[in-house]
Design a protein around this ligand. Structure first.
Ligand code: HCR
Length: 371
C-alpha cells in the first residue's frame, strides 16, 4: 500500500542520512537531512532557552550572601536544561535539525513579566557561531555568551562538543560586580537508529563564581542496566572551610533535591516563552522574517517550497560573500566585537583548571535596538 511505500522511503532516506553522518565529522548543520527531521526554527532562537524561567534569573540578584547567589545561579542554570535539550521532543515529537542561521541573522525578544531582554546575532556562518546577551537591567544582571558545536559520530550516537561559554555579571548593591563563568555540557544524540533522536547530556560542566564558589555538575544518562535518563549531580563547593559543601541530585528535566531532602529545582510550572515582535514589524535580518517562507513550508509539509526558499536564501548569501570579497569589504558584526581570548574566562577558568585554559569571546557593543 501507499503507506508501506512511504515507510520504506522514509526508512531508506533516514538510513542514507545516518550513513552520511557516520562517515563525516565537523559541521552537522550544513548536512542535508530528510524532510521529516527538519525543524522550522533557526538556531538563533535557542539562546531564549536561557530565560524561560525569568523569575529564577531575576532571583539571582535577590540573594543576600555569596552562597545564596551561587545557589540561585545553579538553580536557574539547571532549570534551563529541560528547555534547551528536551523541548523539541515535547513540541515536535523528537529532536530535529534546526535551520542553519545566515551570517548577521538577528533575533530579539523580551520577557515582559520581568522586563528582561534578549539579543542574538549569528556571528559566523562557517562554522556556525551564535552570540547572545540577556539582560535584566533593573536587577543588574547581564548574561553574555556564544555557542558553536563540534560533532563526531561514536557507537551509534552523534557526540556534540559545545564550544563557547557564558558569563553572568551581577551588579551588587555595594557597587561591586560579581561574575560567574558558565561552561557547557557535552551532548549525545541518541535514538538515531529508530529515527527518533533525543539528547542526553554527558560528562561535566562548571559554574565558577568570582566569589570562589564553584558548582561542578556531572551528567549521566540511562545506563545499560540501571540509572535514569537526564540524571545529574551538582556539587557546590565553598571557597573556604567556613561553609559546607552542598550536594544536589535529581533529573534536570523534572526535579532535584538537596542532601537534606529539600526540593532544589522543579520545572513543572509553566515556562514563559520569549515575546517577539510580529513578523510585519521585523527587519529582513530578523530570524522569523528571514526564514518565514521556509518555516511555513516545513510546518505545512510543503518541502518543495521549503527547499526552494532555503536555496534562495543560501544563494543570496553566497553572492553577498562574493561581492564582499570583490570589494574587499568584509562583513561587519552589528552588536558584538570578537576577541581572541576572554580575560574573564582565563581568570575564573584558572580557579577550576578549565580546559582549554583560554577561549575567544564576543563583547557586546552596547547598541541594543530601541524597544
Ligand atoms: C546539535 C544541535 C544544534 C545545537 C543545539 C544546541 C547545542 C545549541 C545551543 C543551545 O543552548 C543548546 C542546544 C541544544 C540542542 O540540543 C542542540 C542541537 C540538537 C541537534 C542539532 C544538530 C545540528 C542537528 C542534528 C540532526 C539530527 C537531529 C539527526
Amino acid at each position: 500500500s501507499l503507506l508501506w511505500l512511504l515507510c520504506v522511503w522514509i526508512r531508506s532516506s533516514w538510513t542514507s542520512f545516518l550513513k552520511s553522518i557516520a562517515s563525516f565529522s565537523g559541521d552537522l548543520s550544513s548536512m542535508t537531512a530528510p524532510p521529516f527531521i527538519l525543524s522550522p526554527v533557526s538556531l538563533t532562537e535557542f539562546p531564549a532557552y536561557w530565560c524561560e524561567y525569568p523569575d529564577l534569573f531575576a532571583a539571582i540578584a535577590d540573594g543576600k550572601t555569596e552562597e545564596h547567589r551561587a545557589l540561585a545561579v545553579l538553580r536557574w542554570f539547571i532549570s534551563t536544561l529541560k528547555g534547551q535539550y528536551t523541548s523539541r521532543n515535547e513540541s515536535m515529537g523528537s529532536e530535529k535539525k534546526p535551520l542553519n542561521p545566515v551570517l548577521g541573522e538577528l533575533f530579539y525578544g523580551t520577557w515582559p513579566s520581568t522586563n528582561t531582554t534578549l539579543l542574538v546575532e549569528q556571528v559566523s556562518h562557517h562554522p556556525p557561531i551564535t552570540a547572545y546577551r540577556i539582560a535584566n537591567q533593573a536587577k543588574g544582571l547581564v548574561l553574555t555568551g556564544h555557542n558553536a558545536q563540534k560533532t563526531s559520530f561514536s557507537a551509534g550516537s552523534i557526540i556534540v562538543k559545545q564550544i563557547g561559554h557564558a558569563t553572568l555579571v551581577v551588579d551588587l548593591p555595594s557597587g561591586e560586580k560579581e561574575e560567574y563563568l558558565i561552561t557547557l555540557p557535552r551532548l549525545r544524540i541518541d535514538g538515531l537508529w529508530y529515527g527518533s533522536p533525543y539528547i542526553e547530556l554527558a560528562e561535566t560542566s562548571y559554574i565558577q563564581g568570582s566569589n570562589g564558589w564553584l558548582s561542578t555538575i556531572e551528567y549521566k544518562g540511562k545506563g545499560y542496566f540501571s540509572g535514569k535518563s537526564h540524571t545529574f549531580k551538582a556539587i557546590l563547593k565553598p571557597p573556604t572551610s567556613d561553609h559546607k559543601t552542598e550536594v544536589i541530585e535529581g533529573t534536570w528535566h523534572t526535579t532535584s533535591k538537596t542532601s537534606s531532602g529539600m526540593t532544589f529545582h522543579d520545572v513543572s510550572p509553566p515556562k514563559e516563552e520569549v515575546t517577539v515582535k510580529s513578523i510585519e514589524e521585523q527587519t529582513e535580518w530578523e530570524s522569523r522574517k528571514l526564514w518565514g517562507a521556509v518555516a511555513k513550508g516545513i510546518r505545512e509539509g510543503d518541502f518543495e517550497s521549503a527547499s526552494r526558499e532555503k536555496s534562495r536564501i543560501e544563494n543570496e548569501q553566497r553572492q553577498r560573500r562574493k561581492d564582499e570579497a570583490a570589494a574587499s569589504t568584509p562583513w561587519q558584526l552589528k552588536h558584538f566585537k570578537h576577541i581572541e581570548s576572554d580575560p574573564t574566562y582565563e581568570r575564573l577558568g584558572k580557579l577550576f583548571k578549565a580546559n582549554p585554559p583560554t577561549e575567544d569571546a564576543y563583547i557586546f557593543l552596547d547598541n541594543a535596538p530601541p524597544a
